[in-house]
Design a protein around this ligand. Structure first.
Ligand SMILES: [Zn+2]
Length: 469
């Protein structure tokens, strides 16, 4: 028996049953279930961290420990962000990196990032997660591949736990510095033995392989142009020993392809195959220049892609062939990418951008609003190798968000609120629930007092920028 406090203040006694939550009267509830149902006057019944029932309000129980009335709102599964570098929130719109393509952009930023500290990692991760949460994201991966001045992946994990986000923490790395023909300065690369040892430590300390896991660890050397062939192979062996996922950057732009051909004598997809970096437990960021043979390989092996439209546009990398990939059967998720190459970590904005960019490249029927939402929910879940998020159905994690349809930005589009969410200008969420816990209520974060965090973040950003001046 446990005693629980009812929202009205009354204390009630429950049996073995966990805390219950009733979500009701959503104008439309998008399930992303097997039938892609969109339920009018819809709702959810939740016990602890998982969904027990989904349907019309009239079909659900009429009471619970906590009741959320969603009148005037659209409810969707929480969005899944499959690629990010959260520390880059500290280095947005840096003048030296405003107008460069990938390799030039990186070279200009490495010397700034060399001065990052553990405090900066933690606070920038917290800030980036706040931005993601407010824009509809409930699960995010983060790819941290630079560890100067005692920084550790643990600094990001502290932030995720504090804010309450479902998190796939990727232990990135760089081992080939300029003296060995790589792109990063020698001061920010690590020895491969240290990388593998620390990755193993993190998996053993934090990785939760269970259903509804709030935290998973991912093995993630930064890119083929910043680590050795050996480290890619050793990383794959380590990840498979522990059953964790693998993540890196691949085939981002034409220079990336040229580097791969010159250095390895292969296309990026051939190189990935040669290294054992294909399979359902692997996802690659960008793949803008993935060729037809690569698309076929990824489809056959279930290898995932994190599509990052804003970043690809910002760095003029090109238009990823997402329509072609999906037709072939490649799992595709959406990623905002780091804030130094997108400058806006707004998940719902990224959904809209994915739709618009596919149309620029491949015509008006290249992506519908519902397909864009599917990529950002079910697609992301698949890419992260999860079957417990991305849809609202019995047995799934209780991760959902709501948008207030009464805002001016949706006016005139309410005959189709689902399309409105993607076609109209990006909105902030009014509610976000992750694992049955309210993380955003009435548009405000409940877990973190954001004002002081942003102030501290901006002080740190200023000192980081000035340290490299
Ligand atoms: Zn990236």
């Amino acid at each position: 028996m446990t005693m629980q406090t009812h929202p009205t203040g009354a204390t009630r006694t429950t049996g073995q049953r966990g805390k219950t939550m009733l979500v009701r009267h959503a104008d439309v509830l998008v399930t992303m279930d097997g039938e892609r149902r969109e339920v009018r006057d819809g709702g959810l019944y939740i016990e602890d961290h998982r969904i027990v029932a989904v349907g019309r309000t009239a079909e659900l129980p009429d009471t619970a420990d906590e009741i959320l009335d969603m009148s005037g709102h659209l409810v969707i599964p929480g969005l899944v962000n499959t690629h990010h570098h959260m520390y880059q929130s500290l280095t947005r719109a840096i003048p030296a990196a405003q107008n460069a393509e990938l390799f030039g952009w990186l070279t200009n930023l490495y010397r700034v990032w060399a001065n990052l500290t553990p405090e900066m990692i933690e606070i920038s991760t917290l800030t980036a997660m706040a931005e993601l949460l407010l824009s509809g994201c409930t699960t995010s991966s983060d790819h941290l591949y630079i560890y100067p001045n005692g920084s550790r992946l643990d600094d990001s994990i502290v932030a995720a736990r504090r804010i309450g986000m479902r998190f796939h923490a990727s232990r990135g790395s760089m081992s080939v510095g300029q003296k060995d023909g790589g792109l990063p300065p020698d001061s920010v690369v690590e020895s491969e033995a240290d990388i593998l040892k620390d990755t193993q430590r993190l998996i053993e300390a934090y990785h939760d392989e269970g259903r509804y896991a709030m935290l998973r660890v991912v093995v993630a050397p930064c890119s083929p142009f910043s680590v050795s062939r050996d480290l890619m192979r050793e990383s794959a062996a380590l990840a498979r020993h522990y059953g964790v996922s693998l993540h890196t950057h691949l085939a981002e732009n034409v220079n990336d392809i040229a580097y791969s051909r010159e250095k390895f004598g292969m296309t990026p997809a051939e190189y990935a195959e040669d290294l054992g970096w294909i399979g359902r437990d692997v996802w690659h960021a960008h793949c803008v220049q993935l060729d037809d043979a690569g698309i076929g390989l990824f489809a056959r092996t279930g290898t995932g892609v994190a599509h990052c439209p804003c970043s690809n546009m910002r760095l003029a990398s090109g238009i990823a062939p997402v329509k072609k990939m999906r037709l072939a059967g490649v799992p595709v998720g959406l990623g905002v990418d780091g804030s130094a190459s997108n400058d806006g970590a707004q998940m719902i904005a990224e959904v809209r951008q994915a739709l618009l960019l596919q149309r620029v490249g491949f015509g008006p029927d290249a992506m519908t609003a519902r397909e864009a939402l599917e990529i950002a929910t079910l697609g992301g879940a698949k890419v992260l190798n999860r079957d417990d998020i991305g849809a609202l159905a019995p047995g799934m994690a209780a991760d959902f968000v709501s948008f207030d349809l009464r805002q001016p930005l949706f006016a005139g589009a309410l005959h189709d609120p689902v399309a409105a969410l993607v076609f109209c200008a990006p909105s902030q969420v009014s509610t976000s629930v992750i694992g049955g816990k309210i993380v955003v209520k009435d548009g405000v974060l409940t877990t973190v007092d954001l004002g002081p965090v942003i102030e501290r973040h901006n002080r740190l950003a200023k000192s980081l920028y000035e340290s490299a001046a």
